[in-house]
Design a protein around this ligand. Structure first.
Ligand code: NAD
Length: 490
């Protein structure tokens, strides 16, 4: 059955002051299924007036939420996580309808969102300051280090993981005692709006989280520039991250920026080739290649290059392409026509500069897929490092393979990028693994593993991949400010 028919009428509106909020002068935006072009919902884009209303509401709710015991804040997140897990089936269908990813990946994303909520709910009783005795020779003079919330925090989310990237901001910010205004990506507002309603059903007081729907210039910029917003948590492209940072600089707002990447995967001559091949296939083609931490470049030691390439090509040819709702589909559509155009142009540029297509390199022939934004899983060899595929982020299902002479060459090539988000090395040699982990300029290095992230480990980019951290205790620190107090006897 078509996805729109399975879902029935879908509505998403701003959520302000604990209830759905009609936009006064909204502009309609159609949300369409990327696999079929079917209309899923029509939502209203907001503007400056709604941003102001939402920020003021979050500001009013702040004092009460900060006064709420941290354990109660954690308990509400725990309730919400359980409620979300209980609705996995409905939410995953909605997520696939608006984003395009296979249902199994949508379910995974919903579990990830709930896990993040649970993780920070567990840390709620662990918010800690510090105590410094004997500050100077005078008796009874000591120091206290207080951790306090920032106030109203904005969360600006991209379309590739609408829910898990929301959870990365929402959970630490709320546990730390902040209130929020969320702007989902304009093309994926449905699941996140529903989940934010569910947080309130689980006991979140009105005004603590507000949602404003709309685009970057209309809502995103207004939110970043609003004088009552203390901090912006942004995930998206490096290009927009730069604009957000410049806008935030006007009033010295705190920012966490999680931006683009071009993650290298180094395969040494002593690697377990079969495991590396499986990992490369998942790591590149998960979410149709539209992940910040996807493997975007493979750097192969020459002696194993042919074996690795043949085995990977075999695997990639077998990836089933189709709508995310069909059982067994591994590669859904790209999220948008523009996203597919960009990958096509990058592949075209590589071919013009001498690259060879090993697999794919075109849209699928199947006429049933003609209305969706599909592109075949693609592997390329002999790619010019100076081509667009070598220098730009490839945000889709196309993977360039490069040969390297040795580990030093591989590390130099890995670091020859404006980005530094993720990376991996495949080797059985501990010295090689350690050297790569130390030298690669990236926020994550996996050794004999790829792309799996943990709420327990801090995640943040080096270089132009970002600023600040999500996950780990570090994310809580990014939503707290530190204050020193000196206590002397009266
Ligand atoms: P994008 O930068 O175009 O948009 C991200 C969000 O910013 C959207 O909600 C958009 O409406 C908003 N926005 C646009 N212009 C704005 C402005 N001037 N001010 C404020 N907000 C504005 O990114 P995208 O295309 O949605 O997402 C893909 C990019 O995100 C890729 O580069 C990917 O690598 C990156 N990403 C990074 C991470 C990470 O954790 N590092 C995770 C996922 C995606």
């Amino acid at each position: 059955m078509a996805i729109a028919a399975q879902l029935g009428t879908v509505e998403a509106k701003n959520f302000i002051g604990g209830r759905s909020h009609e936009t006064a002068n909204g502009r309609p935006r159609e949300i369409r299924d990327p696999a079929t072009g079917e209309l899923v919902a029509t939502v209203m884009d907001s503007g400056a007036a709604e941003v102001d209303l939402a920020v003021r509401d979050a500001h009013r709710a702040f004092a009460r939420w900060w006064d709420t015991p941290a354990s109660t804040r954690g308990a509400i997140l725990h309730e919400a996580a359980q409620a979300v897990l209980g609705k996995t089936k409905e939410l995953s269908l909605l997520l696939t309808a608006e984003q395009g990813k296979p249902l199994a990946e949508s379910r995974m994303e919903i579990r990830r969102f709930a896990h993040t909520l649970e993780h920070y709910a567990g840390l709620a009783k662990n918010l800690r300051g510090g105590y410094v005795p004997d500050l100077d020779e005078k008796p009874h003079r000591h120091g206290l280090i207080l951790k306090r919330p920032l106030g109203v925090c904005a969360a600006i989310i991209p379309w590739n993981f609408p829910l898990s990237l929301l959870g990365n901001k929402l959970a630490p910010a709320l546990v730390a005692g902040n209130t929020m205004v969320v702007k989902p990506a304009e093309s994926t507002p449905l699941t996140s709006t529903r989940v934010i309603e569910m947080l309130h059903e689980a006991g979140l007081p009105a005004g603590v989280v507000n949602t404003v729907l709309g685009d970057g210039p209309g809502v995103g910029t207004e939110l970043v520039r609003h004088p009552m917003v203390a901090k912006v948590g942004f995930t998206g492209s490096t290009e927009v991250g730069r604009l957000v940072m410049a806008d935030a600089a006007r009033s010295i707002k705190r920012v966490t920026l999680e931006l683009g990447g071009s993650d290298p995967m180094i395969i040494c001559d002593d690697a377990d080739i079969d495991r590396a091949v499986s990992a490369a296939s998942v790591g590149r083609f998960f979410n149709c290649g539209q992940a910040c931490l996807a493997i975007k470049r493979i750097l192969l030691f020459e002696s194993i290059a042919d074996e690795f390439t043949e085995k990977l090509a075999d695997k990639v040819r077998k990836l089933t392409v189709g709508p995310g709702t069909e059982e067994g589909v591994r590669l859904g559509p790209l999220h948008s026509a523009e996203g597919r155009d960009q990958v096509e142009a990058q592949v075209g540029d590589a071919i013009e500069r001498g690259a060879r297509i090993l697999v794919g390199g075109k849209r699928p022939d199947d006429a049933a897929l003609a209305k969706g934004h599909f592109y075949s899983a693609t592997l390329l060899a002999d790619v010019d490092p100076a081509s667009r595929m070598g220098t730009e982020e490839v945000f889709g299902p196309a993977l360039p393979l490069f040969k390297v002479k040795d580990l030093d060459d591989a590390i130099a090539r890995a670091n020859d990028s404006i980005w530094g988000l993720g990376s991996s090395i495949w080797t059985r040699d501990l010295d090689r693994a350690t050297k790569a982990a130390e030298r690669i300029e990236a926020g994550y290095t996996w050794i004999n593993s790829v792309t799996k992230i943990y709420d327990e480990l801090p995640f943040g980019g080096f270089k132009q991949s970002g600023l600040g951290h999500e996950h780990g205790h570090e994310a809580l620190d990014c939503y707290l400010q530190t204050k020193s107090v000196v206590v002397a006897a009266g």
